[in-house]
Design a protein around this ligand. Structure first.
Ligand code: PLP
Length: 365
């Protein structure tokens, strides 16, 4: 069965044929060949992050992005730590949920989904509670497409001498992030977002000196990032079965990111598509949910259109668009009816124009 539609979803996303081709090999996991692929990926991730290997290290972990966030929280937070999570979407709330599951000492600042996380509120919460030692936030909240200001938030964290965790799942590779300038101590992302690989593992970029302290902290065996790191450092081997096909595809995706011109070039492509999308959707009658100055180049949330003669039916529209070659994403908000369109992956302005033509055609009928 040939499925021929492109994904306008925030990961998994549409990958290149050359990334998919890499998965036609069944690779063994123990030999030097494979270990060097893993080693190269770890080094290249530090290059993409623009950090020095003396100061930072990268760790790969089986599973989707959530497994990576869970691994990080369980591994780095000790029983003496107290975590503040600032949330303005489903992925921020998930960080709190993970922390609660692991019975970590956690408090949260829950902002309205349409607003950015306020550095002033974080500042006052950290000032009011000196027992807080770690602060976590999502960079691009994929729920709405909103970008939080991690530079301002990082400065607040540093001012209070608090470690800073950033879930950069949907921004890493799509937006230039200066980890040192933002004061990020721990960053998590995954294979199937803006590096444009396929799903199967996540990764964390961590300050070496902080990870060194984490032996024996994780409350889980398989998700122990410290043990995984030690294994990778010792002989380049993942502790348990690694997703070999995914790893090969990811190595290719990194080469293609480089060939495109790195993160700056990818950011320019994504931004061009996203701005075109918002402009054309507005002409057709779809308004974005959040203010334009808060938009990310990654994904946009749109409100259901008003003033239609018959009730708007998402499923019907979804089927129409899919038949036309594009799969979009339902909304994740409870109080308003929305849907989302991602423009990451092998998506170009030509695709955005085709998609918008389909929307216009659908609304006309
Ligand atoms: C995709 C994503 C995750 C992880 O989700 P998975 O379904 O586990 O891959 C976490 N945070 C953000 C912001 C994301 O976009």
């Amino acid at each position: 069965m040939k499925i021929d539609y492109k994904l306008l979803t925030p990961g998994p996303l549409t990958t290149t044929d050359s990334v998919k081709q890499e998965m036609l090999v069944d690779h063994c996991t123990w030999d030097d060949d494979y270990k060097s692929i893993t080693r190269d990926i770890r080094t290249q991730l530090l290059n993409v992050a623009g950090v020095d290997s003396d100061k930072y290290t990268s760790v790969l972990m089986q599973g989707s992005g959530t497994f990576g966030v869970e691994a990080l929280l369980s591994t780095v937070l000790s029983d003496d730590d107290r975590l503040l999570v600032a949330t303005n979407g489903a992925y921020g709330l998930r960080i709190t949920e993970i922390a609660e599951r692991h019975r970590l000492n956690v408090v949260s600042y829950d902002e309205d989904f349409a607003n950015p996380i306020s550095p002033e509120i974080v500042d006052s919460m950290l000032a009011a509670d000196p027992s807080i030692t770690v602060f976590a936030v999502v960079h691009c909240e994929t729920t709405t497409g909103l970008m939080n200001d991690i530079e301002a938030l990082g400065a607040i964290a540093k001012k209070h001498n608090v470690d800073f965790i950033v879930d950069a799942m949907s921004s890493f590779g799509a937006v230039e992030i200066d980890m040192e300038k933002c004061g990020i101590d721990y960053l998590v992302s995954s294979a199937n977002k803006c590096i444009q690989g396929v799903p199967g593992f996540s990764f964390a970029i961590i300050r070496r000196d902080l990870l060194e302290r984490c032996e024996g902290r994780a409350r889980t065996l398989s998700l122990d990032l410290y043990d995984q790191w030690k294994g990778l450092e010792a002989d380049g081997k993942w502790r348990y079965t690694s997703p070999t096909h995914v790893v090969l595809a990811f190595a290719q995706a990194l080469r293609e990111l480089d060939a495109e011109g790195g993160v700056a070039a990818r950011q320019a492509r994504y931004s061009g598509s996203q701005k075109l999308l918002v402009r054309r959707m507005k002409e057709i009658g779809f308004e974005a949910y959040i203010d334009e100055d808060l938009h990310s180049p990654v994904i946009t949330t749109f409100l259901y259109p008003e003033g239609q003669t018959k009730p708007f039916n998402f499923q019907e529209m979804y089927d129409f668009l899919k038949a036309g070659g594009y799969a979009i994403y339902p909304g994740k908000l409870t109080e308003v009816d929305t849907f989302r369109i991602g423009n990451i992956g092998e998506i170009y302005e030509e695709d955005i124009n085709k998609l918008c033509d389909l929307f216009a055609e659908y609304l006309q009928d």
